[in-house]
Design a protein around this ligand. Structure first.
Ligand code: ZN
Length: 447
């Protein structure tokens, strides 16, 4: 606990000054609990209020910097009641409630607080005129905690019931009903089996801003995901702030894309491609051009994955030894157990490609309107002659950045004409997530 905070107790809560922190639960779910220390709230001159909060994780996370696990993250945040913004001043990573692992002063950056977020709730709480006495405050805190506990219990019950029925709990990011707006989002007709919920991790740049209040589970994700993009406010550096589901975009340790280098040179089994010529559907979903063929599988590592969709990025998201490529096609596959495998076909300016031309010929005139095209495409023709590849474990390259994705990056680029690249550029000038830290992951380089 910092001296500033202790001073704050004495100044504003003289009765509570000698007591231990009073943690009030703001929100909780199976993976974490978010609390605020009522006694830490310090009203500064003007409209600023500083408060100490913490995230207590159910499962510990290994700290990338020190290699040690932590379970508690405390953050001192300064709220501007008039401007409705928040800035993290200090962040402390703890092994448990008392043992400090890492203590970091932050460069305060004021970020807007969106309404309906957890930050919004905390801001309203701390920005109220300070007239309530300590006992009243404590009572209110307990009431709020009780209500939250009840609400969360109800939520957990609902989700468990859903999971038992074989439906995916809401928290699973990879669901067939996820909005089609996600480029690396498979969509399949059959429901996926229940999977384990991914661990929700606090993100790296201010937990309060990222963690939004939990809403009641919706039957599907609908259009609830706030707008994300490749530049400006909705750009990659802010994805984790747009939705709590996107927390891995900031805190994940197995994120994609990466600059592929320093792989181990080994003999890799050939990927067995079984793509049959088929009609397809095509849409410009605002993030990319996405194509849904009918059927097709790959088999690798003794597992068969069904092709669910493919889409494009310009430039290619992945790099190889620092080198970039003009574009890439990501072919997204899913196994029966819901595991994802993405085949990346690097595209490089050269001769015109007939498959790409068929796709471009059939581009819908309007965004978010999917066309069914009876004409057939042969995806075997989109693959390079040499199918040697790099492989590593990564993530979706779009929100919610879900990890556990098997990446298979074909080494030999496939030619597309400059005109074909230019056509895509008219729709999406730049739709590539920047490369992410390899974080010590093993990369296999087929020899
Ligand atoms: Zn992609």
């Amino acid at each position: 606990m910092s001296r500033v905070i202790i001073a704050a107790w004495i100044a504003f809560f003289p009765l509570a000054a000698l007591a231990a922190p009073t943690w009030q639960v703001i929100s909780s779910d199976q993976s974490k609990r978010i609390e605020i220390d009522r006694t830490s709230i310090k009203r500064e001159d003007g409209n600023k209020v500083t408060a100490l909060g913490r995230v207590v994780l159910e499962k510990e996370i290994v700290d990338a910097k020190s290699g040690s696990p932590y379970k508690v993250i405390e953050a001192t945040t300064r709220y501007d009641c008039a401007a409705r913004s928040a800035a993290t001043l200090r962040r402390v990573f703890k092994k448990n409630e008392s043992e400090v692992l890492r203590d970091e002063e932050q460069k305060p950056t004021d970020l807007p607080v969106r309404s309906g977020t957890l930050d919004d709730k905390v801001l309203r709480e701390v920005c109220r005129p300070a007239k309530a006495d300590a006992r009243e405050v404590a009572q209110k805190a307990n009431e709020a905690a009780g209500q939250l506990k009840q609400a969360n219990e109800a939520l957990v019950k609902k989700e468990v019931a859903k999971a038992e029925k074989g439906a995916l709990p809401k928290k699973i990011a990879i669901t067939p009903e996820h909005p089609p707006a996600d480029p690396v989002e498979p969509r399949a007709a059959k429901p996926a089996p229940a999977a384990k919920a991914p661990v929700v991790q606090p993100h790296a740049t201010g937990w309060m801003v990222a963690v939004r209040e939990k809403k009641a589970p919706a039957p599907d994700h609908g259009h609830a995901t706030p707008h994300w993009s490749y530049e400006g406010e909705g750009g990659p550096e802010n994805w984790h702030r747009l939705d709590p589901k996107n927390v891995l975009c900031a805190t994940g340790q197995r994120q994609s894309p990466i600059d592929i280098r320093d792989g181990i040179r080994v003999d890799l089994e050939a990927i067995k491609f079984d793509y049959k010529p088929s009609a397809f559907r095509i849409v410009d979903n605002g993030h990319t051009v996405q194509v849904t063929p009918y059927g097709g599988t790959i088999t690798v590592g003794g597992k068969t994955y069904e092709l669910v969709q493919f889409h494009f990025h310009k430039p290619a998201e992945e790099k190889v030894n620092g080198r970039s490529f003009d574009m890439v096609a990501h072919l997204v596959h899913r196994s029966d157990e819901g595991k994802l495998a993405v085949v990346a076909v690097l595209l490089e300016k050269g001769a015109e490609h007939p498959v790409i031309q068929t796709l471009w010929n059939n581009l819908p005139l309007e965004r978010n309107v999917e066309s069914s095209v009876p004409q057939s495409i042969d995806l075997m023709a989109l693959l390079p002659e040499n199918r040697n590849y790099y492989t590593y474990m990564g993530s979706l390259t779009t929100p919610p950045c879900t990890e556990g994705v098997l990446w298979l990056v074909l080494k030999q680029p496939v030619p597309v004409s400059s005109e074909q690249v230019a056509i895509f550029a008219r729709l999406h000038r730049h739709n590539a997530r920047p490369v992410q830290p390899p974080a010590g992951r093993l990369i296999k380089d087929g020899r």
